[in-house]
Design a protein around this ligand. Structure first.
Ligand SMILES: Nc1nc2c(ncn2[C@@H]2O[C@H](COP(=O)(O)OP(=O)(O)OP(=O)(O)O)[C@@H](O)[C@H]2O)c(=O)[nH]1
Length: 460
């Protein structure tokens, strides 16, 4: 039965109805007493009617007050908490609010199993769902920031793995990408033998078919967790795709705690959204490579080499450390072209470049400076050290027999060396210029030789 509403306040309606009930009881009560055996002249009097009316109103009023005292505070607390959340969501302060939120402050105490108790637990569930959605949103915002701020595959992968481990129940993770037809480990945290996973059939399946999977981790893979070593409870394999192309796969393992809803949601969000950023990063690195490398020899091109030399020279003058350059030019190269043709000439250039690369140490830079001219930058090497390297190169070139059809081609090179700070130059262009002068001298004095600019000066 639906009782009609009288005012805008349910409590006021309830009060009015209680008063009406009081009036009816006040009217009926004297007649009930007559029926019960009281004398009519005693109870059907105006005074007795007034008395029963007053008693009825008082009972109505007490009932209203009791309802206000027992029910109203619970509803008031519930409405205050809801208002707090609404205000914080609207003022975008929900992050601070959720961080401060503990059981006492935000959750409602459930004190009954009636509608009020049900409302309190429904509110608590709603609050938990809101907090969890908010946390997921925060993690995804951080993830979007990572995706939009870097164009480096390595940085993107490492920061994603770190965030995944920091924000979910995942305790170890790795990202593998397809490179030249092979699955390559790009970043890993916690999986100590991550390389071995590239051969695992489930990983291959996820990469080849783009199929997400959940597997048991193979025995030989161990996890470093917060607790020493432990066996993971689950391992998720999520493909990373972009427009139907399988770019790679994300492997993530939970530790002692199984993945909760938030972990599963974030894992899927990450693997599904990474494709675009990784694809951009892969294109970027391809373009960077194209812009920096010489396509014939696969060593740095002149533009990149000069930029690199500028940086190295600035560092050497700042730190007062040695820096030497070696200029290499193939002797009578025109003859090779004229005798065997340009294609054979190209092969000869590639052979010289690979000799230079093989002899160079970590940190040295090989540059194709011109057609058949190479520059080698040796940070930390004195002029005398660089001259020794140059001699090794010269010998190796001379001793390399280059076979073309049935012909055996022997090449020689002339080399100019200049080193800072032995030779006090003002910039990197002057350093190159001096090495060039030494090279010119090597050519003039018969070719197939190394000339150090420092000695040239002494001779002069
Ligand atoms: N095959 C080929 N030849 C090139 C390339 N770049 C430059 N050359 C040739 O290299 C030759 C360089 O000749 P020169 O500078 O006259 O000198 P050289 O014959 O090497 O003689 P010296 O340097 O004086 O010992 C020219 O014939 C160019 O055409 C290239 O990328 N491929």
């Amino acid at each position: 039965m639906k009782i009609p509403r009288l005012t805008k306040s349910i409590f006021l309606d309830q009060f009015i109805y209680m008063q009406l009930v009081g009036v009816l009881i006040g009217l009926a009560f004297p007649h009930f007493l007559v029926w019960y055996g009281f004398a009519t002249e005693q109870v059907l009097t105006t005074e007795f009617y007034i008395l029963t009316q007053v008693a009825g109103q008082v009972v109505g009023l007490i009932s209203f007050l009791m309802i206000s005292l027992v029910i109203r505070p619970h509803l008031k607390t519930l409405s205050n908490k809801m208002q707090d959340i609404a205000i914080n969501i609207n003022s975008k302060d929900f992050l601070d609010y959720s961080e401060k939120c503990n059981e006492n402050m935000c959750a409602m105490e459930v004190v009954s199993n009636d509608e009020i108790g049900i409302s309190a637990s429904a509110y608590n569930e709603l609050l938990n769902a809101l907090m969890s959605a908010h946390e997921t949103e925060q993690v995804f915002n951080k993830f979007s920031k990572i995706m939009s701020e870097s164009l480096e595959v390595q940085t993107l992968s490492e920061e994603t793995v770190d965030l995944l481990i920091g924000a979910t129940r995942i305790e170890a993770a790795a990202i593998y990408l397809f490179k030249n037809g092979e699955i390559e480990l790009t970043s890993t945290r916690g999986i100590t033998d991550a390389d071995k996973l590239t051969k695992h059939p489930s990983v291959m399946d996820a990469v080849n078919k783009g199929r997400a999977q959940k597997i048991n981790l193979p025995k030989h893979v161990q996890l470093d967790g917060v607790l020493t070593h432990f066996t993971p409870s689950e391992v998720f394999i999520e493909p990373i795709d972009f427009k139907g192309t399988h770019l790679g796969v994300m492997v993530a393992a939970t530790g002692a705690l199984m993945a909760d809803e938030k972990t599963r949601v974030i894992l899927q969000l990450f693997s599904r959204s990474m494709g675009l950023a990784l694809n951009n990063a892969l294109i970027h690195s391809k373009f960077q490579r194209l812009a920096a490398y010489d396509s014939l020899t696969n060593v740095y091109n002149r533009r990149f080499g000069m930029a690199r030399l500028k940086e190295d020279f600035a560092r050497s003058t700042r730190e007062q450390s040695s820096l030497s350059v070696i200029m290499v030019d193939i002797d009578h190269f025109k003859n090779i072209n004229d005798t065997y043709g340009h294609l054979v000439g190209d092969k000869a250039i590639v052979i010289i470049a690979s000799i230079l690369k093989n002899i160079s140490r970590d940190g040295d830079v090989v540059v194709r400076y011109g057609g058949e001219e190479f520059l080698m930058i040796l940070p930390g090497a004195s002029s005398a050290d660089a001259a020794k390297v140059a001699e090794r190169i010269r010998h190796q070139v001379k001793d390399t027999i280059f076979k073309e059809d049935n012909q055996q081609i022997v090449m020689t090179i002339s080399v100019g060396v200049c080193g800072y700070p032995e030779i006090q130059v003002t910039d990197e262009v002057e350093l190159i210029d001096k090495a060039d002068q030494a090279l010119y001298h090597a050519k003039q004095s018969g070719r197939n030789r190394v000339v150090e600019f420092a000695r040239l000066k002494n001779i002069a």
